[in-house]
Design a protein around this ligand. Structure first.
Ligand SMILES: [Zn+2]
Ligand SMILES: [Zn+2]
Length: 387
């Protein structure tokens, strides 16, 4: 069958590029760059895509390290997304070097499908996943508007075709009280730290009565200056997460009430600010996830379609998935007990197993592009499900 032959060719194409892709992956890994500063990574990725026949626009959406590389001009347009930012202090502890190189490997191999059937394949470089949610800004600026499907593979500790990622929003809190000598004139003070501590206690009580999938967590960033002064100012950062946008809205009100109550109880004045960006929950496209699953299985991987135990915080891919049929599968590159965002994961992201995962992810992505480009019925199913 024509599709199977084509899939064999894209696999061959990626195997032939094994060393090039691995070299790029290790280069990004050994030069970790923080969100919006991924200059070297975006340079070497765009250069590779350009050398391989893609037309590249750099700095799209007014983000200097974002890019769009495109091959073929007609519809349908299928995008593979690349992340390449690292974490402060840790380096590539989320393995985004593997995301980036599996994306470009898949993009270059998928050209074979475009040459045979027409259509358009894009590799879209999406910076600052970790710290700022770059895709949320790019989504707001129309980057994903004309796509028929979007895919990205994240390294992890098991092979799973779907992702459970929560909606979330950040909350900045400040309490303003009144300083006084903590021993001589405590009755004159208004304790901003106590307001913060009471807020934590109220949130802890609230937590008993929220859905088990929701999360509320935070830190204190200012709790006073000296033990003998009643703290006149306290500050903290919080994140509220929920499975869907409706429940997030409900929970936001409840969390805010905890701070308002603490302000009333202590007499401190509350100031708060919700974060500008809101991460959307991941909306997995089932037919697309099934295609990816089959392709990973054909490579000998025991991939699960879903795993309720595989919680993943939040991802800015969630916002893309609200606009375009999307998947965000995981490819295993480390043992089950290794944690994302740990020094052990940094090691895994540059290991042999990491390379194998990157290549299999590239192959399965390219094979899924073949499925979508070669068969209008298959793509229709994906789009129908999205409606
Ligand atoms: Zn991460
Ligand atoms: Zn990540």
């Amino acid at each position: 069958m024509e599709i199977e032959k084509l899939k064999a060719s894209v696999i061959g194409e990626i195997d032939a590029r094994r060393n090039q892709l691995n070299k790029l992956s290790l280069k990004i890994h050994s030069n970790p760059e923080l969100g919006f500063h991924e200059v070297k990574a975006s340079d070497c990725l765009t250069q590779y895509l350009e050398e391989n026949g893609f037309s590249v626009e750099r700095g799209i959406c007014e983000l200097p390290t974002a890019f769009r590389a495109s091959y073929g001009t007609r519809k349908p347009a299928i995008a593979i997304l690349a992340e390449y930012d690292a974490l402060p202090n840790l380096g590539h502890a989320c393995g985004h070097n593997i995301i980036a190189t599996s994306a470009i490997g898949a993009g270059v191999a998928a050209k074979l499908a475009i040459d045979q059937f027409g259509g358009n394949i894009q590799v879209i470089g999406t910076p600052a996943e970790e710290l700022y949610g770059g895709k949320i800004m790019m989504a707001d600026r129309g980057a994903f508007q004309d796509l028929d499907a979007a895919m990205i593979v994240h390294p992890g500790t098991s092979d799973i075709a779907t992702t459970q990622a929560l909606a979330n929003q950040k909350l900045e809190i400040e309490f303003f009280g009144k300083a006084a000598h903590a021993a001589a004139r405590p009755e004159e003070g208004i304790n901003a730290l106590e307001a913060m501590l009471q807020s934590f206690a109220a949130i802890n009580s609230l937590r008993q009565h929220i859905r088990s999938t929701a999360r509320i967590h935070g830190i204190i960033t200012n709790g006073g200056e000296a033990a003998n002064v009643v703290p006149a100012h306290s500050a903290g950062n919080f994140i509220v997460r929920a499975m869907d946008n409706e429940y997030l809205d409900e929970l936001k009100e409840k969390v805010l009430s905890c701070f308002k109550g603490a302000a009333t109880a202590t007499g401190a004045r509350l100031e708060y600010k919700w974060g500008d960006v809101r991460y959307a929950p991941m909306r997995n496209n089932p037919p697309l996830a099934q295609l990816f699953t089959k392709n990973m299985q054909s490579l000998g991987r025991q991939i699960l379609l879903s795993d309720p135990d595989n919680a993943f915080g939040s991802t800015d891919m969630g916002n893309v998935s609200q606009l375009v049929p999307s998947i965000h599968p995981f490819v295993a590159i480390a043992e089950k007990d290794v944690l994302l965002h740990s020094p052990e994961f940094v090691v895994a992201a540059a290991s042999e197993t990491g390379t194998k995962g990157m290549l299999d992810a590239a192959k399965a992505l390219a094979m899924t592009v073949v499925d979508l480009i070669a068969s209008p019925e298959t793509l229709n199913k994906v789009k129908e499900e999205f409606k």
